[in-house]
Design a protein around this ligand. Structure first.
Ligand code: ASP
Ligand code: MG
Length: 457
């Protein structure tokens, strides 16, 4: 069984959708069982959220304009994909129903002047429902045996609206009992990424970019042979090609390396995607919808040895906290209290480095910085540095190699390093540098580790 997840651009234009259709047809001809997981059409989730934000600021007119634009976008997609027929009329009615529901939600939010995370989820998940309906109708009207299914019937989550967690004990049996009988008949299931529902039936979302995570959830629940993430790039690369011209695609990446890289290349793969797949040892393949014949990247448990360094990644726009206090010396429980502050503000910590009297922490959430800094101030001197970047060197078994650190530092000799963290996962060494030095650091590191291998080849 295959899980095939397609991003928002795959549904937007007739050409793209035909491409997806060809892939599905090919897979069905090969008698593969397929679950198709879809994102919203590009930009729609952002618009849905923007409308809600206008509504809560009592700009109902602005919100309704956005709703109208969202409706138009879908109507245009339908008109470009279908000749006028019962199917297209039915689809247009469904889009109209969604738009009416959206207007009611926006009005409610606007009258109450309150936008709960729960209402936001009801709004932001709508794009997936619409894109998947369009895709399912297109497939059916072109002779594919496919069925549209509402993911909220089986993706059971907790009620952490905005970033809900799968409730596996409920989700797995429900997904299996709902989808397996359909799949066994050779029917393709077309469903939504990103959304789920609580046991009581309230709509939830898995967090921005969560459709990849959905694909992995389906893969695990249904024990798929492979999870395919179809996107608009060729796969995971040795570095961001916008930063490093001669970056190349990595044909194979281990689960561990991918987890490190996913955080940085969130555009390629949502970081949560790997964890469930690891547990069931299901390979995840990244493929390009625009160039389906390219091999892409396969992420699996063990891979052929690549070289010591497999990729260089970076992430800008993060924040570093530096906490210094003599009270840390010889006391126990200090770190716990520091971490509790981050927990209280629901902010996840990315990198940590400590000494006897200081601790450095990076996060990528910006809206909680001041609140965290205020709480941290009870424990010592706090310095907050914004606009910094993490630069990471990912490779296999650094600990078994000598001289790697020397090579890395040599490549970074012109960079001002604010913080270093490494070794925890055996395959990663990370640095915090200022945003404006990050690209250069990545280029130097890439040059140091990849230009050499290229020369040897
Ligand atoms: N449509 C959702 C978002 O834009 C989920 C996804 O595309 O993965 O965040
Ligand atoms: Mg995405």
């Amino acid at each position: 069984m295959l899980i095939m997840k397609f991003g928002g651009t795959s549904v937007g234009s007739a050409e793209r959708l035909q491409g997806v259709f060809a892939l599905l047809k090919d897979a069905q001809d090969k008698k593969q069982s397929i679950v198709v997981v879809l994102s919203a059409m590009s930009g729609m989730t952002n618009s849905l959220i923007e409308g809600a934000q206008k509504a809560v600021k009592r700009d109902l007119k602005g919100a309704l304009q956005i709703a109208a634009a969202i409706g138009d976008n879908h109507v245009q997609a339908i008109e470009s994909l279908f000749v006028k027929s019962d199917t297209s009329m039915q689809l247009l009615r469904e889009i109209q129903n969604h738009m009416q529901e959206l207007e009611v939600l926006y009005k409610g939010v606007s009258y109450l002047g309150e936008l709960t995370k729960r209402s936001m989820d009801a709004v932001s998940g709508m794009g997936e429902l619409m894109s998947s309906k369009i895709m399912a109708a297109y497939c059916q009207s072109h002779g594919l045996n496919a069925k549209w299914m509402d993911a909220r019937q089986f993706v059971v989550t907790d009620d952490h609206f905005g970033k809900a967690n799968p409730l596996w004990d409920k989700l797995t049996p429900k997904t299996r009992e709902t989808l397996l009988p359909i799949l066994e008949k050779g029917t393709i299931v077309i469903t939504q990424g990103f959304i789920g529902a609580t046991e009581e039936g309230a709509s939830t979302t898995l967090g921005r970019g969560g459709s990849d995570f959905s694909a992995s959830i389906f893969g695990v629940a249904l024990e798929a042979d492979e999870i395919q993430i179809w996107t608009d790039v060729d796969g995971m690369m040795t570095a961001d090609p916008r930063v490093v011209k001669d970056a190349v695609v990595l044909p194979e990446v281990s689960f561990q390396e991918a987890s490190e890289l996913a955080y940085f290349g969130a555009k390629v793969l949502h970081p949560m995607t790997i964890a469930p797949a690891v547990e069931k040892n299901i390979p995840v393949r990244i493929l390009n919808t625009m160039a389906p014949d390219r091999q892409g990247t396969i992420i699996k448990e063990s891979t052929k040895p690549k070289g010591i360094v497999s990729a260089i990644a970076s992430k800008k726009g993060i924040v570093a906290f530096f906490i210094t206090t003599p009270r840390m010396l010889m006391t126990h429980g200090f770190l716990v209290r520091i971490f509790e502050i981050f927990e209280k503000h629901e902010t996840s910590i990315d990198l940590i480095a400590t000494s006897e009297v200081s601790i450095s922490i990076t996060v990528d959430r910006l809206d909680t910085i001041s609140a965290i800094a205020a709480d941290l101030a009870h424990y010592g001197q706090v310095k907050v540095v914004r606009d910094v970047a993490i630069v990471t060197v990912v490779g296999e078994q650094f600990r078994d190699q000598s001289g790697i650190a020397g090579q890395i530092f040599d490549a970074m000799r012109k960079t001002n390093i604010l913080m270093i963290s490494g070794g925890a996962s055996d395959i990663n060494m990370s640095f915090v540098v200022s945003d404006d030095q990050a690209d250069n650091a990545v280029q130097q590191l890439h040059q140091a580790f990849f230009a050499k291998t290229a020369a040897v080849k």
